[in-house]
Design a protein. Structure first.
Length: 445
């Protein structure tokens, strides 16, 4: 029960029956409780985006200060290590909290994940060595990876089936809103604090997330999970028990492999491009401190990604999940070619192409979070979603390491390295043909 609202979760049967008589205006069909779930999941996702994006913006000043050098090779090398550890922490967190979400409940797992990423984001601001920063970023990522997976599952199971795609599509804008917020915070604080602001950004990144801990306590477990938990406790229903290795049984293997592949391709391209964009801008403007240019670029990517997320939700309902994956990846590749392939010096064209990239970043992230949970039943939904996304992050970590080698191969060109890895998106365009279309279907029980 939500304090102040005389509402609760409705049963699956009641929900299915009531959807035949939904009001003409879609928002009239959403209960106050369901709006609360969306609000708290959105806030958690926004702070996830903020916390995970901080390091890409302040990589050069932070690592330079901690190393006591301006050497590009040394800074890039340590930056890659920190970035890879972050991705590995995100991977581990998604898998661990995905399993926890299925076992102990969505809300409990979410609360724990938020506490972890809030606390260790703040600790990043007091790091005295690059090794300490790397450790704190790794643990921060455990919580971020968990929140994104379990939050999406909670929302998908709490909203009416007819509007689930719309809700999850909107939720995916939260991460990009956090990415955009980092740019706004940095742009404002850059004028006041100069290059010293990287520590203050970490402190501010920790504070808002703590508020979510209070709000989460007002959210109930989804009725689907509660029903499954009752079955688990029943001696007559031991067949509902499921474990991690069930993902590799014949029933689920194809969906597991296909979803892991197209999410992995996206994450390789995403981290190979967005991770290096601020450092690339430094390279294009070597005789200045381009804090303004980097901040504006991040604002554009994050802001237009919000539009991409919303658009993906609409397309998924109109043309289906698979075609939306194809369109999102094709557009991402085209925008990467435009951004990294057509700009050898800084100009306003970089802002335009960054906005285009943001649109397709948002589309890709949204369709993955809409589509992947629909491929698994309730007892495996958080586990399967966590595995697919986080196997992809292992691939992204390997890709990030490889991008460092590509930077050297291309004579220090961040743009050519990022563009080269973007072609992995072609794999996602073809592999999704092997996945089932879930448009218009109920979530599997």
């Amino acid at each position: 029960m939500i304090e102040g609202f005389a509402v609760s979760n409705v049963s699956i049967a009641q929900q299915a029956a009531s959807e035949e008589n939904l009001p003409k205006k879609w928002y009239q069909a959403i209960t106050p409780y369901q709006w609360v779930v969306l609000l708290v999941c959105y806030a958690g996702g926004m702070f996830d985006g903020l916390d995970s994006s901080l390091f890409t913006l302040i990589l050069k000043p932070a690592v330079s200060e901690l190393l006591g050098t301006q050497d590009v090779v040394a800074i890039s090398g340590k930056g890659i290590i920190i970035g890879v550890l972050f991705l590995l922490g995100w991977t581990a967190g998604g898998m661990i909290f995905g399993i926890l979400g299925d076992k102990i409940g969505r809300v409990k797992a979410l609360s724990l994940s938020i506490l972890i990423y809030a606390l260790f984001t703040g600790l990043c601001g007091v790091a005295q060595t690059w090794e300490q920063l790397a450790l704190f970023r790794f643990i921060t990522a455990l919580g971020i990876g968990g929140e994104l997976i379990v939050g999406t599952t909670l929302l998908a199971e709490s909203w009416p089936e007819k509007y689930r795609t719309r809700a999850v599509g909107f939720l995916t804008t939260a991460y990009q809103a956090g990415y955009c917020l980092v740019g706004a915070m940095s742009l404002g604080m850059g004028y006041l604090l100069g290059t010293a602001n990287w520590r203050y950004l970490f402190f501010l990144g920790a504070l808002p997330a703590l508020i979510i801990m209070v709000i989460r306590r007002r959210v109930e477990e989804p009725e689907r999970w509660q029903a499954l938990e009752q079955q688990r406790k029943s001696a007559e229903a031991t067949h509902v028990e499921a474990g991690f290795f069930d993902l590799f049984k014949r029933t689920h293997l194809r969906n597991t492999l296909v979803a892991s592949t197209f999410t992995g391709a996206l994450l390789i391209a995403y981290w190979a491009s967005t991770f290096w964009i601020p450092t690339w801008i430094h390279q294009l403007l070597p005789n200045t401190d381009p804090f303004r240019e980097k901040s504006i670029t991040m604002l554009l990517i994050g802001g237009f990604a919000v539009f991409g997320c919303i658009w993906a939700g609409y397309l998924a309902e109109q043309v289906g999940r698979r075609w939306t994956v194809v369109l999102a990846n094709a557009g991402y590749l085209a925008a990467s070619i435009g951004l990294f392939g057509l700009n050898s010096e800084f100009s306003n064209a970089i802002y335009l192409w960054s906005a285009a990239l943001g649109v397709f970043v948002g589309m890709n992230i949204a369709i993955c979070y809409i589509y992947v949970p629909e491929l698994f039943p309730t007892r495996l939904r958080a586990t399967g979603t966590g595995f697919c996304f986080n196997l992809g992050r292992i691939a992204a970590a390997i890709g990030l390491v490889f991008s460092g080698q590509l930077i050297q191969f291309f004579g220090g060109s961040y743009a050519q390295a990022a563009l080269s890895l973007s072609y992995i998106l072609v794999l996602a365009i073809f592999i999704v043909a092997l996945a089932p279309e879930t448009k218009g279907q109920l979530l599997k029980d």
